[in-house]
Design a protein around this ligand. Structure first.
Ligand code: KG4
Ligand code: ZN
Length: 337
């Protein structure tokens, strides 16, 4: 008999619910996004996100059960993103999960959002097991993490300022490419020359940390100076050169961190893991270093309930369970788990 987990995610602008069997097999993954309501403002508006979550969460959960062809009685575990994220958005998912766990008399398992992103890889690669080194790059976070075991993480490096996805989004906004910027920069860069413009790459000695504020300023200065001189801004070249510089640092630090620990498996997770240049750079460097690479398909890279269900399954096997007094947290360190 399979163990079935209902996973609920509402930390940002996606309301999602999914049913996953044994932490590995996706039976359904329903995602409702309020993205179109935020586009006008160039980023996610927390109040709008919370309201949209409230409007759709019940029907998203119903659809997840229906599409998985299961009923409430078949669910063994209720997993939910407890944090980090927008507090008003998180609260909607947490309240729904608490209610269902209580009504169905099933364990309630709180999940860390980044633990969820990392777990998307368990859905993609049935053979993947910890330990491994993972680059988690999303709109709000950029970490290099050693996944010691299911639900057990050690942070090897982190951003000292912007997250990688945030840098993509800010540059896209400056170029007038809309929100979210990552996918559009990725697309534009395919027609550009990654060596056209030299942007700075920030590295720290004896550290796997990141910093993206320098490159962000450099790109903005380049755009302003070129405009002031009446020069032509070739958007695909700016995108390709910016992306190349970011990807060089992300992939370089990931491989260096894995090498320092003698790790043979490197894993990508989070929205930016959908980036084609990042996957290419990591594949190239890992094959030279004799390492195997894993990453989820693009739909599992961005926020979804299935990754939360997978994480909840393994967390529950490890003994994690909350009472009805569990609350959402806007800030939550992965190492506190
Ligand atoms: O993980 P995610 O869905 O949400 C957070 O937890 O933040 O990540 C969203 C981020 C956005 O910043 C978006 O621009 C970025 O992931 N992203 C990409 C790509 N697809 C999404 N960045 C670069 N290249 C992509 N193809
Ligand atoms: Zn996310």
């Amino acid at each position: 008999m399979s163990i079935l987990t209902l996973g609920i995610e509402s930390s940002c602008d996606e309301t999602s619910a999914a049913v996953v069997a044994d932490g590995r097999v996706v039976l359904s993954d329903v995602i409702a996004s309020s993205l179109e309501f935020h586009k006008l403002y160039g980023g996610v508006v927390p109040e709008i996100a919370s309201r949209k979550h409230l409007e759709v969460i019940d029907s998203v959960i119903d659809r997840a059960l229906k599409e998985a062809d299961v009923t409430a009685g078949d669910i063994d575990i209720v997993g939910v993103t407890r944090g980090p994220g927008l507090i008003g958005a998180l609260l909607v998912g947490v309240a729904a999960a608490k209610t269902l766990a209580y009504a169905w008399d099933k364990p309630l398992v709180p999940v860390h959002h980044l633990e969820g992103h990392i777990s998307a890889n368990f859905l993609e690669a049935p053979e993947l097991e910890p330990p491994f080194v993972c680059l988690v790059v999303s709109g709000g976070h950029s970490h290099i993490v050693r996944v010691e075991d299911y639900g057990k993480f050690r942070i090897l490096g982190r951003t000292r300022d912007d997250a990688a996805g945030e840098a993509f989004d800010k540059i896209a906004r400056a170029l007038g490419l809309g929100y979210p910027g990552g996918p559009e920069i990725d697309r534009q860069a395919k027609n550009g020359d990654p060596h056209a413009i030299k942007f700075p790459e920030t590295r720290f000695p004896d550290s796997f940390d990141f910093s993206f504020s320098g490159i962000k300023t450099a790109v903005l200065n380049y755009l302003n100076n070129t405009k002031a001189k009446g020069g032509e801004i070739v958007i695909p070249d700016v995108c390709a050169s910016f992306q190349q510089a970011v990807v060089d640092v992300l992939s370089g630090n990931l491989i260096a961190a894995a090498r320092s620990l003698g790790e043979r498996k490197v894993v990508l997770a989070g929205g930016v893991a959908a980036n084609s240049a990042l996957k290419a750079a990591v594949n190239a460097k890992a094959s030279k270093a004799g390492m195997k690479v894993y990453y989820p398909r693009p739909l599992l890279c961005t926020d979804n309930g299935a990754m939360i269900a997978s994480a909840a399954h393994y967390a529950w096997l490890g003994g994690r369970e909350s009472g009805a007094d569990m609350n959402a947290v806007a800030n939550w360190d992965l190492e506190e788990l």
